[in-house]
Design a protein around this ligand. Structure first.
Ligand code: DGL
Length: 274
């Protein structure tokens, strides 16, 4: 295992998730930082992360981070709420000074805390993220008066991964969750799973503009830009060639990647578990 950092300003940004969810973050980063080369890893062999134990998630996160370090990534973005809630601390310890590590939770929490109008902030996410109670802990730690009612919505990530959104069935499932009494007094809602921006229009349709709906993609992209700029690590390359890896090929992953990155992608399988 290498201990030295080999990254340079023109090195890539590593981004990972269990599947296509992190592509919402990767897409936002590529818009805010068009000169940056991205290396994306979708751990489709272990999807859904939301059902896995904390120990398994930590192991997957460390192994994928090792893969990112082998590709000389200057920054590693854990583009998954479940992995961020259980794996961020171990990844940070493991990576040390070899790269910057960014999770998708802290930037959203900071955004909420800055916004005094958000008093009752609903959170929907995987079983793992909600069980960790991380949003509630982090928000209440800094402002105990805020309410953070949280609801696990376990069907949503797998449904989206299968390309099932913006149809009658997805709307029925989304509405059944959002009708939960737990969420009936919220003034804002965090989509605490990186798959959920893909159903944001359906969530907006349910609330009809009555509450603020937040997802992590844009907020995290801004954070990545600020970390790179502060550390003088912004790339100057003109036409970066992104790379996309999966641990197990799926057709829906390939379709989604082509959708987000306009067709010109080559999906590679990487068996990093040997
Ligand atoms: N996209 C992931 C998240 O943000 C998880 C989906 C899953 O694999 O369960 O939590």
């Amino acid at each position: 295992m290498k201990n030295k950092s080999n990254f340079t300003a023109n090195g890539p940004i590593g981004i990972f998730d269990s599947g296509i969810g992190g592509l919402t973050v990767a897409n936002a980063i590529s818009k805010v930082l068009p000169n940056e080369k991205l290396i994306y890893f979708g751990d489709t062999a272990h999807l859904p992360y939301g059902e896995k134990s904390a120990d398994s998630i930590k192991y997957y996160c460390m192994r994928i981070s090792q893969f990112m370090l082998e590709h000389n990534c200057k920054t590693i973005v854990i583009a998954c709420n479940t992995a961020s809630s259980m794996g961020y601390e171990v990844v940070k310890d493991f990576v040390g000074k070899r790269a910057h590590v960014i999770n998708v939770i802290d930037p959203v929490v900071a955004h909420v805390l800055k916004n005094k109008n958000m008093k009752s902030i609903g959170v929907i996410g995987t079983k793992g993220t909600i069980r960790s109670g991380i949003y509630e802990k982090k928000i209440k730690q800094l402002d105990a008066k805020r309410q953070v009612p949280s609801l696990a919505t376990p069907l949503l990530a797998s449904m989206i991964e299968e390309g099932f959104f913006n149809n009658k069935i997805s709307r029925t499932i989304i509405n059944a969750y959002l009708n939960s009494r737990k969420l009936n007094k919220i003034d804002s809602l965090i989509l605490a799973c990186t798959h959920y921006p893909l159903i944001k229009p359906e969530v907006e349709e349910f609330y009809k503009g009555k509450i603020t709906i937040l997802d992590s993609a844009g907020i995290v992209a801004t954070e990545v830009a600020s970390v790179l700029s502060k550390n003088k690590l912004l790339s100057k390359s003109k036409s970066p060639k992104h790379q996309f890896f999966v641990s197990d090929y799926t057709d829906s992953f390939e379709q989604s990647t082509k959708f987000f990155f306009k067709g010109k992608i080559k999906l590679q399988e990487a068996d990093i578990w040997k």
